[in-house]
Ligand binder design. Structure first.
Ligand code: ATP
Ligand code: MG
Length: 403
């Protein structure tokens, strides 16, 4: 669809990433992306969204007072947009019809604004002429506009190599000017790669694992194993908060809280201590997978990283995966903690993750867990357990929370 024309208005230019390469699927990807953008902005206001080649234009709805003219709203919209997977970057811009005279006039007030806000002293102009009917070519627009700005604002000077700001001018059917490019999280639009069940603890790793799979287009549900009263309600609140932060990237999440206390007590009593880590993981996986299948999730997602703790040795992971009939995705498997922590900080989960509430896995933990568990160890460890009944018990305790 073509962009609307009219007088000067505030718009946002959003650049579409990788999905531009997807050939025949492109339509479906773009459709999902636009729908995700609408949902991300829903609580802020209603906007028009147009697509043109590998760009989206977000605009005010015609004939009602402009939301984007308000700085506070603009900031919220930009923040929400940068979290939509599939967008590479966004730029707040002004749009107007006309020719060189209008470009000069509007650019002067845009540049003055920019200087007042940011204290900029040097600039350059970067012009692109998409509309070949426009009488000046791109380099001519740059030269003429640059000269006009220098004449009108003597405090400014040109620096083509390292300017404080770049004034971008795009000449299409209308003219667009902007200076900021704010980078987003790239990836693929959530909803284009099916649905996964994230095993979400209150730690640093699992929210990052969820974020990473969502960035590949996966819609998320999440399951949290809660061992009340051994783990406090505040531990549960923390997981809910983490799911809310993830929601800003991944859209709505169905969170399933399993009350795991009875199951854990049973394991604690009837299974060897050194194998607790593995028996517990296996029960968790069985329960998680049961819920996953019911809500159409095609894979489990965990925050495991190879060798990080006893439950994450290759031997423990092999025995854990053995009980799953659907794939277990572990996007952090080869990643070190420092890098995961950096991502957690960047996406905003870190501060919540480090709140000091216990996890069910740390309450019922063996002093010396078996780090190289073998098949015969697990057969022995589960010999006195009624696995079916424990899984059933877990499933009966599930509480569903929409995030
Ligand atoms: P995290 O930081 O994600 O808690 P971790 O480094 O503490 O991970 P573990 O506690 O061994 O490692 O957990 C490994 C993975 O198992 C977690 O990333 C998570 O996916 C899952 N998991 C652990 N505890 C729970 C829980 N209480 N509820 C749901 N999933 C859990
Ligand atoms: Mg943990």
């Amino acid at each position: 669809m073509e962009e609307r024309t009219g007088t000067i208005s505030n718009v946002i230019l959003a650049r579409i990433g990788e999905i531009a390469l997807k050939g025949l699927n492109r339509g479906r990807f773009e459709h999902q992306l636009i729908s995700n953008v609408k949902i991300a902005l829903r609580d802020i206001g209603t906007f028009s969204i147009f697509q043109n080649q590998s760009r989206l234009w977000i605009e005010d709805i015609a004939d009602i007072p402009s939301l984007l003219a308000d700085d506070f709203t603009m900031t919220k919209v930009l923040d929400a947009l940068t979290k939509v997977f599939g967008l590479v970057s966004v730029s707040p811009a002004v749009r107007f019809p006309g020719g060189m005279k209008e470009i000069i006039n509007h650019s002067l007030s845009f540049v003055r604004d920019e200087m007042n806000r940011e204290g900029h002293k040097t600039f350059k102009v970067d012009a692109k002429r998409g509309n070949k009917q426009f009488p000046l070519r791109s380099p001519e627009i740059c030269t003429e506009l640059g000269k006009e700005i220098l004449d009108a604002i003597p405090e400014l000077s040109v620096d083509v190599h390292n300017p404080d700001f770049v004034l971008f001018v795009e000449v299409r059917d209308d003219i667009y000017i902007y200076s900021k490019i704010i980078y987003g999280h790239r990836g693929l639009p959530v909803g284009t790669s099916g649905k996964g069940m994230l095993m979400l603890s209150g730690g640093i790793d699992s929210p990052v694992a969820g974020y990473m799979m969502a960035s590949r287009g996966m819609k998320l549900n999440a399951v949290y194993f809660h061992a009340h009263p051994y783990t406090s309600d505040r531990a549960k609140e923390k997981v809910i908060r983490l799911a809310q932060i993830l929601r800003e990237y991944a859209g709505e999440i169905g969170l399933y809280v399993v009350n795991f206390t009875d199951v854990q007590l049973e394991l604690f009593r009837n299974s060897p201590q050194d194998m607790l880590t593995v028996t517990m993981r296996r029960i968790m996986i069985r329960i998680a997978q049961s819920i996953a299948v019911k809500c159409d999730c095609k894979a489990l997602i965990t925050g495991d990283s190879l060798g990080q703790v006893a439950s994450q040795t290759l031997e423990a992971l092999v025995l854990t995966d053995e009980v799953s009939t659907i794939p277990v995705f572990r996007p952090l498997i080869g990643q070190d903690k420092e890098y995961t922590t950096q991502i957690a900080r960047r996406i905003g989960t870190y501060e919540t993750s480090i709140l000091p509430f216990e996890d069910c896995c740390t309450v019922f933990v063996a002093k010396h867990p078996q780090t190289r568990p073998k098949k015969n160890h697990i057969i022995f460890a589960e010999k006195n357990l009624d696995i079916e009944q424990l899984v059933q018990k877990g499933l009966e305790s599930v509480e569903h929370i929409r995030i």
